[in-house]
Design a protein around this ligand. Structure first.
Ligand SMILES: [Zn+2]
Ligand SMILES: [Zn+2]
Length: 342
């Protein structure tokens, strides 16, 4: 086992993600050491640079989407062996609070997340609690497995758990990025009809490839499209992957009475809403936070059975983090950026 490894860290808030070398961590009791084979780069990694979410002692290794092989077991770890192909649920939760006991681990108030409050997977190695591991079938590539915990499981949590999307429903997905394109597939797999928006033609085309009706909001009226799609009724569920005042105001307008508005994106802006329309329509505004380990297990099965295909974009090496970030920020990619371990 080497003593040092490559890593991508936040060394100070307000700076840039940095490539560096760090000591190889050792697994504590109940933890395993994973040799990371791929990790997904998320726009949240860039949001974290602002320091608005305190990460504890810096430097912090980022990377909340990872896949690799178990290479060492800490004391007390059962049911896992070295060589197992795995990914990991992001939230390391207490297991004792009322939310954890009810299975709503995404609400645990004392969680420490992989790649946030504890070191993550943008490195050659990472330690995670064995309780967070999910086995990956050999048919799923490491790159595809890496993006399951966030880009896919969070969409699954939003649509299926929070939105209770099902057969015959009509869904509007605002923003087809790294999450939205998987939202399209999950909603289609659940039997829903999907309208999906982007201002970029290649993303609209990709959404259509996966069974959505794509709307290019740079050139088409979304109001008209929803009116046609629903015969003027409004959609059953809106998934907001954009998260600004305009997307909320517009999304609520396009929702049918009794419909659900799913808040998925971080809202950096506040929005006002008049209480009378909400009273009259019984529309629901629902927060969607992350995913549970069970969501991740469900998603692995959906991918294995071919119902959902992980959509990967460009690959970069850890050393190329600057190029990877520039590509992510350019906004012109289709699919998830991932970091290889070549
Ligand atoms: Zn993320
Ligand atoms: Zn808890």
């Amino acid at each position: 086992m080497p003593t040092t490894m490559r890593a991508v860290v936040i060394a100070n808030y307000g700076g840039a993600l940095q490539f560096t070398h760090r000591p190889v961590p050792r697994p504590g009791p109940g933890e395993v050491l994973i040799q990371v084979r791929a990790s997904g780069l998320c726009s949240t990694d860039l949001h974290l640079l602002s320091g608005r979410q305190p990460l504890g002692d810096l430097p912090r290794i980022l990377g909340h989407e990872l896949a690799g092989d178990v290479v060492e077991l800490g004391t007390g770890v059962e049911h896992w062996r070295t060589g197992d192909r795995v990914t990991a649920a992001i939230d390391v939760t207490c297991g004792r609070c009322r939310h954890c006991l009810a299975g709503a681990t995404q609400l645990c108030r004392t969680m420490r997340r992989i790649g946030f409050e504890r070191d993550g997977g943008h490195a050659d190695f990472v330690t995670v609690p064995a309780a967070n591991l999910v086995a990956i079938d050999a048919s799923i590539s490491y790159a595809a497995a890496a993006i399951l915990p966030d880009a896919i499981a969070c969409m699954y949590h939003s649509l299926i758990r929070q939105g209770q999307v099902g057969i015959g429903q009509r869904i509007l997905i605002l923003g087809v990025g790294g999450l939205g394109i998987h939202g399209v597939q999950i909603a289609r797999s659940a039997g829903a009809e999907v309208l999906a928006t982007s201002r970029q033609p290649q993303r609209v085309a990709l959404a259509e490839q996966y069974g959505a009706i794509g709307i290019n909001t740079a050139t088409e009226s979304l109001e008209d499209a929803v009116a046609r799609f629903t015969s003027g009724e409004g959609v059953d569920v809106v998934v907001d992957n954009i998260g600004n005042r305009a997307s909320v105001v517009q999304g609520l307008k396009l929702l049918r009475p009794g419909g659900k508005f799913l808040v998925v994106a971080y809202l950096d802006e506040t929005f006002e809403i008049a209480s009378m329309p909400l009273f009259k329509t019984e529309q629901e505004i629902i927060g969607c936070r992350g995913s549970t380990k069970q969501d991740l297990i469900d998603v692995v099965r959906l991918v294995c059975s071919g119902q959902v295909t992980p959509v990967l974009g460009a690959a970069y090496r850890l050393e190329q983090i600057d190029d990877a970030v520039a590509h992510l920020e350019s906004g012109d990619l289709v699919g998830r950026i991932w970091l290889t371990r070549d």
